[in-house]
Design a protein around this ligand. Structure first.
Ligand SMILES: Cc1ncc(COP(=O)(O)O)c(C=O)c1O
Length: 410
């Protein structure tokens, strides 16, 4: 996503010295690479984009245009996604769903996936003697080190069996989907195929009264990575084509009649490379004998998830008559924390007014950043049109009671 200094400067003058730029075309092509890829090998496939990765309305609108699907893990995300997608295009996962959320999702016709035995017991109590209802079950998976994931029903501990026995006593509830999600460090296509095989073998042991509508292998794929990120992995980086060929072909041979829908739930891989975070160099000074550039963003803004991966970055500067002058420089942030060092050393030609552009900031970024010292910045599209204003005191305080409530707790 190359951007000129002139473009960034124009946006900064209007919306602040730090902002995101969102590339809608990139989102579309990432989403379609997964969906069309899967459908090439198994027609009855769909892609439920994981809203948690980035729930901004511009993405909701794109999904609606693409007749896409969404995946959510809380009632908050559910309500956001419903502004753009019909209920029957949503998968509702997550470890904590309140009673009213369970009933609401069921009545609305969304795919509700239960995470645990106690959630199923609660649903049984809530719906006993009620109308028939259809639910999915999340099956637990083991992590690379063999440790159990904290999510889903474990086949190993007997939790899954207990859930199925409970369902045998409550025939108004049927299982219509099996789901699994794991974020493994290596993310190989073979791991997804192995999860698919596990789900399919469980599907084949289900009481025939359960009519399976879908099998869902979750998210956790690699997306398109720039070279600077690729270098930070010591495993092969699979492409959307490789994932979809492996998963689609495997499922086509498991389910040749094509009756059961194949679902995936990518988040990062679809949205990470759709946004850059831009921050202006506000000042340069010497500290401890070293050059230090102060940016109008922070370590919290650039890396809210505390990822061990270094964000790829580039410098965008105006033409300089003097030619290039490379020097080592630390990039420090706009909070008052001593440790707010975004990059300890960058060798670059930097002056006040230049921009640092951090790549791959689309996933778990804006919606993961608290209003800490500086509230969240604006988002513009690749033409500079505003998608979200920079937050301010009014937006940040909107949900606080700002008058003295004066009274007693009722
Ligand atoms: C149930 C579920 N599905 C999908 C995803 C998306 O994962 P990713 O963003 O790694 O693709 C997550 C992420 O935590 C998840 O919990």
């Amino acid at each position: 996503m190359p951007a000129s200094h002139e473009f960034l400067d124009r946006v900064a003058r209007k919306h602040g010295d730090s902002f995101y730029v969102f590339n809608a075309e990139r989102f579309k092509s990432n989403y379609l690479a997964f969906r069309e890829g899967l459908r090439r090998h198994y027609r009855n496939s769909d892609v439920a984009y994981a809203f948690k990765a980035n729930y901004m309305p511009a993405i909701g609108r794109l999904l609606a245009d693409l007749q896409g699907m969404g995946e959510v893990v809380s009632r908050f995300e559910y309500d956001v996604a419903r502004r753009f997608l019909p209920a029957d295009r949503l998968v509702f996962n997550g470890p904590v769903k309140r009673d009213e959320d369970l009933l609401f999702a069921l009545q609305s016709g969304s795919q509700l996936n239960l995470d645990s035995l106690h959630e199923l017991e609660r649903l049984v109590r809530l719906t006993d003697h009620g109308a028939p209802c259809r639910i999915g079950l999340r099956i637990s998976a083991c992590k690379a080190d063999g440790a159990e994931s904290r999510f889903g029903l474990s086949a190993e501990t007997g939790e899954l069996d207990a859930a199925l026995k409970l369902l045998d006593q409550h025939e108004h509830i049927t299982v219509n989907s099996l789901h699994c999600h794991l974020n493994s460090p290596t993310k190989t296509p073979e791991e997804f195929v192995a999860r698919l095989e596990t789900l399919w073998s469980i599907a084949n042991t289900l009481n025939p009264r359960h009519r399976l509508g879908s099998i869902n292998v979750g998210g956790g794929f690699f997306g398109r990575l720039p070279e600077a990120l690729r270098r930070q992995f010591d495993c092969p980086i699979a492409t959307a084509d490789e994932y979809t060929a492996a998963i689609g072909k495997a499922f086509a041979s498991m389910c040749p009649d094509g009756q059961v829908q194949l679902l995936i739930e990518p988040g990062v891989s679809v949205v990470a490379d759709t946004m850059i975070l831009v921050a202006r160099v506000m000042g340069i000074r010497q500290r401890n004998g070293r050059r230090q550039a102060l940016l109008d963003t922070s370590i919290v803004g650039v890396n809210p998830t505390h990822s061990a991966l270094q964000a790829p970055l580039s410098v965008v500067a105006p033409e300089r008559a003097r030619g290039s002058l490379l020097q080592p420089c630390a990039l420090v942030g706009n909070t008052c924390m001593e440790h707010d060092t975004i990059v300890p050393e960058l060798v670059a030609d930097l002056e006040v007014g230049d921009f640092i552009v951090f790549g791959n900031r689309g996933a778990y970024s804006i919606n993961y950043t608290p209003d800490f010292i500086h509230p969240a910045p604006a988002i513009v599209d690749s033409h500079g049109n505003l998608l979200k204003s920079a937050d301010n005191a009014t937006t940040a305080l909107a949900s606080y009671v700002t008058d003295d409530p004066g009274g007693q707790v009722q």
